[in-house]
Design a protein around this ligand. Structure first.
Ligand code: SAM
Ligand code: SF4
Length: 310
C-alpha cells in the first residue's frame, strides 16, 4: 500500500508490551505503565495483522519493551505465522536461552538481538542487565537455527577494543552485526552518548576492511558492508543517512496506538477499532498511512522508545 508520498509501506512493527527488565541509558520509558486492559490481546494483534495483509503488508516485527516478557509469546508467533506473513522479533536476549527453541518451532522467521558491549562492566553500565545471559541467548538462537542479527547502539562509550570484541564474536557466530546511530529519545543521555555513525565506520576501518554489500529489500535506513573476515556489518542511522524517503513502516504501540513516524507526535488510537474487527483495523491503518509525514523531525521527539520498540 502506498502512503500519500508514494512510498510502498509493507512493514509493521508491533510492540507487545511496555514492560522491560533492562534499563538501557538511551531508551526512553513511558512515565506510567499501561493498565492490562489497555494492552492489545493476541486477538487484537491478529486482527491488526490480518488488516495489514489486506493492505499489502508483508512483514511484522514484534518488539517492546521486552517482547519475551509477554506470556505465551510463542503462541502469538505461531498465530501470526499461520496467517502467512513473515514474522521477526527484536529482543534484549535475556530470556532467549529459555525461549529460542519454542520461537523457532512456532515459525519465527528471524530475530534481532541487542548487544551493545561484550565487556560485562560496560554492558551493565549501558544496559542494566547481565551480558552472560544475552550471550547465552544469542548462542541458543543460532543453535536453534533462527536467522539471527545483532544490533549494537553505537555511543560515545564505544572504544576501538569494544568493536574488536564485537567483530570477533560476529565472526565466531557467523551472524551479521548492525551498528545503530543513537536517536534523540532520551534527552539527557542523548547529549552525553551521541556519536555520529560515521565514526563507527572509521573505527571499523581501523580494524578491518569494509567492502560495500547489497542491501536486502525492505531494509530501511541501512548500509551493508562485508569485512575482510567475511562478517556482514550494517550501519543504520535514521537522521545522518537522510533515508526518510525509503521509509517502509508503521509502528504500533502495545496499547494499539499507531505511530506513522518515530519523530512526530501524530498518532491514531486504533484499539477500539481493532476490537470491532478487521474492517475497523483497516480504516485505522489507512488513516495512519494518510498522515504519514514525508520526514521525521528530531525536535519533535514523538513516542517513547520503550512503548513503540525502536
Ligand atoms: N527490548 C528489546 C531490545 O532491546 O532489543 C526491544 C525493544 S528496543 C526499544 C528495540 C531497539 O531499539 C533495540 O535494539 C534498542 O537498542 C534500540 N534503541 C532503544 N533506544 C534507542 C535510541 N535512543 N536510539 C537508537 N536505538 C535505540
Ligand atoms: Fe528495554 Fe530494549 Fe529499551 Fe533496553 S532498549 S530498556 S532492553 S526496551
Amino acid at each position: 500500500m502506498q502512503d500519500a508520498h508514494g512510498r510502498e509501506i509493507t512493514y509493521l512493527r508491533i510492540s507487545v508490551t511496555d514492560r522491560c527488565n533492562f534499563r538501557c541509558r538511551y531508551c526512553s520509558r513511558p512515565s506510567q505503565l499501561l493498565p492490562r486492559d489497555r494492552i492489545m490481546t493476541f486477538e487484537d494483534i491478529v486482527t491488526l495483522v490480518k488488516a495489514s495483509q489486506r493492505l499489502g503488508f508483508r512483514k511484522v516485527r514484534l518488539t517492546g519493551g521486552e517482547p519475551l516478557l509477554r506470556q505465551d509469546i510463542g503462541e502469538l508467533v505461531s498465530m501470526l505465522h499461520g496467517l502467512g506473513i513473515r514474522v521477526s522479533l527484536t529482543t534484549n536476549g535475556s530470556l532467549l536461552a529459555l525461549k529460542s527453541r519454542e520461537l523457532k518451532s512456532a515459525g519465527l522467521d528471524s530475530i534481532n538481538v541487542s548487544l551493545d558491549f561484550v565487556d560485562p562492566v560496560k554492558f551493565t553500565y549501558m544496559d542494566g542487565g547481565d551480558v552472560a545471559l544475552v550471550l547465552r541467548g544469542i548462542e541458543a538462537a543460532v543453535a536453534s537455527d533462527l536467522e539471527t542479527k545483532i544490533n549494537v547502539v553505537f555511543t560515545a562509550k564505544h572504544e576501538r577494543r569494544d568493536l574488536v570484541e564485537l567483530l570477533h564474536l560476529a565472526e565466531s557466530l557467523g551472524t551479521p552485526f548492525r551498528f545503530i546511530e543513537l536517536m534523540p529519545k532520551n534527552g539527557s543521555s542523548f547529549n552525553e552518548l551521541f556519536r555520529p555513525i560515521g565514526e563507527a565506520k572509521s573505527m571499523l576501518e581501523s580494524i578491518t576492511t569494509l567492502a560495500p554489500d547489497e542491501v536486502p529489500p525492505d531494509s530501511g535506513p541501512v548500509e551493508y558492508y562485508v569485512t575482510a573476515q567475511g562478517v556482514k556489518v550494517g550501519l543504520i542511522a535514521f537522521f545522518s543517512m537522510n533515508k526518510c524517503l525509503n521509509c517502509n513502516r508503521l509502528r504500533v504501540g502495545s496499547n494499539g496506538v499507531i505511530y506513522p513516524c518515530l519523530f512526530r507526535t501524530a498518532q491514531v488510537d486504533a484499539l477500539e477499532r481493532l476490537r470491532s474487527g478487521v474492517d475497523g483495523a483497516v480504516s485505522a491503518l489507512l488513516e495512519a498511512l494518510s498522515i504519514k509525514p514525508l520526514h521525521g523531525n528530531p525536535e519533535e521527539i514523538g513516542p517513547e522508545m520503550q512503548e513503540i520498540g525502536g
